[in-house]
Design a protein around this ligand. Sequence first.
Ligand SMILES: O=C[C@H](O)[C@H](O)[C@H](O)COP(=O)(O)O
Length: 241
Amino acid sequence: MSSATGGADQVREYKRQAAEFAAEMVQDGMVVGLGTGSTAVFLIEALGRRHREGLRFLAIPTSVATEKLAVSLGIPMTSFAEHERVDLTIDGADEIERGTLNLIKGLGGALLREKIVAAASEKLVIVADDSKLVDHLGEHCLLPVEVTPFGWESTARHLGRLGARISPRRTPAGQFFVSDGGNLILDCNFGAISSPAETERAVRSIVGVVDSGLFTGLASEAVTCGPEGLAHLVSEGSGDV
Ligand SMILES: O=C[C@H](O)[C@H](O)[C@H](O)COP(=O)(O)O
């Protein structure tokens, strides 16, 4: 096995451990938001096992891919037509700001549904390997912004005026990437973001922007895993565990 593969396997293992720890937070009778991405897959598999062992809960998925996997594992689904609030959402993230637990999400393109579910949740818990922890969002990762297909070039120019370099996301075949909501994603390079809430407000105020992958003030806890083992973090304002 090459060391690169060994490293990737190790990161997968960290993701699995973080997700399985968080899966234990689900209790009987809860409505649970199911996140999207490679870490969330471990969560959904763990919850599938817990459901088979008798845990009773209903799930709201944050993407078509998550819904397909959860249904295939027998997890019962519900929707916002039936439930106004979600008790607990567990989801991955691309970057997690140390202390605040502000996030960048959406590298997999699921940011809009993820944000709708997160905003309706009593509690949002993030699961990730600990390489996702950063001092400033945007240090390593581009900010995905979901925009309407109509007029996206104009929307991109407005985003550019906020100081970002913009690339429309494409599939490996060179087509525009289309989100589950039928929108386009513009990957925006803002560099390190000094005030995530301000940037989120400025980005969302542009006509044509549906939403951004900046999640500020939404996550209350994060479970991370790395060489030092598991860490259970609580956002500033709630105190450390
Ligand atoms: O659009 C994708 C989602 O925001 C994911 O939760 C995020 O990209 C993290 O994914 P992963 O667990 O695969 O790193």
